[in-house]
Ligand binder design. Sequence first.
Ligand code: LMR
Length: 393
Amino acid sequence: MFSRLPAPALDPILSLSAAYRVDERPNKVDLGIGVYKNSQGETPIMQAVQRAQDRVVASQKTKAYVGLAGCEEFNQSMVDLLLGGTSVTDRVSAIQTPGASGALRMLADLLKFAEPETTVWISNPSYVNHKPIMEAAGLKVRYFDYFSPVTKQVDTERMLSSLAEAGSQDVVLLHGCCHNPTGADIDFDAWKAITELSQKNGFTPFVDIAYQGFGDGLDEDARGLRHMASHVEEMLITTSCSKNFGLYRERTGAAIVVANTLSDANNAKGKLLTLARATYTMPPDHGAALVKTVLQNQELTAIWKQELSEMQQRLLNLRQTLCNELRNKHNTSQFDFIANHKGMFTVLGFSPEQMTQLREQYGIYGVGDGRINIAGLTEKDIPYVAQAMIAVS
Ligand code: LMR
């Protein structure tokens, strides 16, 4: 049975982590997978999360099952973090999922069930897992124009004209903030324009927001999404606690459905639960228990917000320091765009060959599509990375 299987294709991001681990060069730098590192190059457990973990471990009396939707207080917290202050919270439902990838798959399966002919429009480029997940659910995928390789920013005009082709059976998948891989976000006017297009042409917006708090701040990063949710009848949202709570391996995320009525939202949730039952039954509890503990306690919430804001500020500093190094030491403004990008990632505009050269000659691991993870840099790596970027450019 298995002899006919083709050799597996390597995952373009996860395979880098494996290769980095076995690389013995002392000056290697991991700018591949989206994981935040501090100045010492470590990814420690956040303090608020550690304190929550101490409380959970001390008070938890059972490991019995929780339920198909996971932890409902966690689900409500995710709705509040994303949609708090809007009027849509009375026509929304949510389930806890294994990370945002799990949420993407559950909502893709829901779409396939609700409207089998759905085409999902994704940005060109997009998160490497968007297309495989949508296609694995049997959905068709089309790309919309997004990034200008010349300005290294969003080409809003071209984006809107390609989205004008999306029709009433279609779904448009947007990044809530901190676009992966480019780092180039749509501005608030573009959020408003896409919302109007959705109202006019009838497509359903689907917002994947995996980096809330890493761009401009927790509320600022949800501004476009909140505007959209307040003005459309139906919308899908996926979110993750991997980055903003540092819970990567705990696989903690949520799938949220905004519907026309509460009854529709509950029907969608019912279907999501049967889909989850047929896939993984229920999500792992530990990460959600930690997030719930943080967000239900004022003191822990304040510590978490402070830590998140420090990470966000440090990302801005790393971007600026890298630009300054390139400009002042290497006399080039070619990479000034790095300072204007948001969140963890930036697309350098390098070819796959240049990215290979960075890896093979300098031990600097970025993704083949030219993406580097700014959050993987440490201050001491910056001169070396800048020098290597100049050498391959
Ligand atoms: C990334 O893009 O590096 C992360 O979101 C990790 C992942 O799941 O691919």
